[in-house]
Design a protein around this ligand. Structure first.
Ligand SMILES: [Zn+2]
Ligand SMILES: [Zn+2]
Length: 377
């Protein structure tokens, strides 16, 4: 019988520093008790966490966070969901991970008991947020319905963990979940991908990771559209064969030109621009597929007749389902694309509000702002 090394001991204090959300846009640092892992859970020491656009949305407007059945304000709620760290304590019966393992996280642990979870669609769990009061369906979405990672420790379901390779930095590992989201977008569209045309619209973090993942899956060509040259150039480094600045050239015309009139097979829409769906439809060949990974602030008119006449499929994704983070992490481990390129700034835990300000105002062309909490790497 082999013995598992669980000897590595971590001294776990009783309390930790944690940022909590008060009124909209009000964060304060308090001391919180360190949570205890239950069955199928581990306690992680958080080593680094990236700021996501969705964090900014939650901190200002509440949704899509849902705490105790309502908005997340003044509920002692700790936001943040793109974190990684070290396993420091195992819940009862956990043998899938060892103490000392470096792990990155997915956000959603579905309840495991609803129809969607049973289909593997745990990011669309039907018991979303049903984990308060005397009703505990086992659902967690850390940083959305349960405490997130702008703090020192977090409890995670083992299904949300992916091992981080030794030679990957903490900062890069925080990007695994972003790459996983892009991967899931390509997953849900189905199809072959290799040798087919993928257009990524919008060079934000998910779009840029979408370029890397599409390229790693063998898409040919990969085309990135956007408005900022610096971001587009970064897309080139991540694997885009063509970049299109839509301020300088009509996006649909550019795709027609590059594909010699044939149109693309897939569009991964990451811009959230009001006309993005209509434009994406026109970039596609007949029977092509769009995945929406971003959305406009307000409802927008859609040319449904064009979609129907051309048999265009439209998908929407939430998060990083079907274990896409594992596949994305495998690509990053194999260095198929350099996710580190999108990490631009780092701040300590004490400066979370500054980190958020940098991300929100894109100060100094910030893309991914990482808060480094602790850890050796
Ligand atoms: Zn995110
Ligand atoms: Zn479920």
């Amino acid at each position: 019988m082999t013995t598992v090394n669980t000897e590595k001991e971590f001294v776990i204090p009783e309390k930790m520093k944690a940022w909590v959300l008060g009124n909209p846009n009000e964060l304060s640092m308090i001391e919180k008790p360190i949570p205890q892992p239950g069955a199928a859970e581990v306690l992680m020491r958080i080593d680094a966490i990236a700021v996501c656009a969705t964090d900014l949305e939650i901190i200002s407007h509440g949704l899509p966070a849902l705490i105790q059945g309502g908005d997340p304000f003044n509920k002692n709620f700790t936001p943040g969901h793109e974190y990684m760290g070290t396993v420091v304590k195992l819940g009862p019966g956990v043998d899938e991970f060892n103490i000392g393992d470096r792990v990155a996280v997915e956000i959603h642990a579905g309840c495991g008991r609803c129809e969607r979870c049973r289909e593997g669609m745990y990011t669309a769990c039907l018991n979303y947020g049903m984990n308060y009061g005397d009703r505990n369906k086992g659902h967690r979405a850390n940083g959305f319905t349960t405490d997130g990672g702008f703090c020192e420790y977090a409890v995670n379901n083992i299904n949300t963990l992916v091992h981080v390779p030794d030679d990957m930095s903490d900062e890069e590992a925080t990007l695994i979940v972003t790459a996983g989201t892009a991967m899931y977008g390509l997953d849900v569209m189905g199809g072959l991908i290799a040798g087919q045309t993928v257009v990524v619209t919008g060079p934000g973090p998910i779009g840029l990771m979408g370029v890397g993942v599409a390229k790693a899956l063998g898409a040919d060509p990969v085309i990135l559209t956007g408005t900022r040259d610096a971001r587009l150039e970064m897309g080139k480094k991540l694997g885009a064969d063509h970049i299109v600045n839509v301020n300088k050239e009509d996006a649909v015309e550019a795709i027609k030109r590059i594909t010699r009139g044939k149109g693309a097979h897939y569009v991964l829409e990451c811009s959230g621009a009001p006309n993005a769906l209509n434009e994406a439809a026109k970039m596609l060949n007949r029977g092509g597929r769009i995945c929406l990974a971003a959305f406009p602030q307000k409802p927008v008119p859609v040319d449904v007749a064009y979609l129907v006449r051309n048999n265009i499929y439209v998908f929407g994704i939430r998060g990083e389902g079907k274990s896409a983070t594992h596949r994305a992490a495998a690509f990053m481990k194999q260095k198929r694309f350099d996710a580190k390129l999108i990490h631009t700034h780092t701040f300590p835990l004490t400066e979370v509000p500054t980190a958020i300000k940098y991300a929100r105002e894109r100060i100094d062309d910030a893309i991914k702002v990482v808060v480094k909490i602790t850890g050796a790497k």
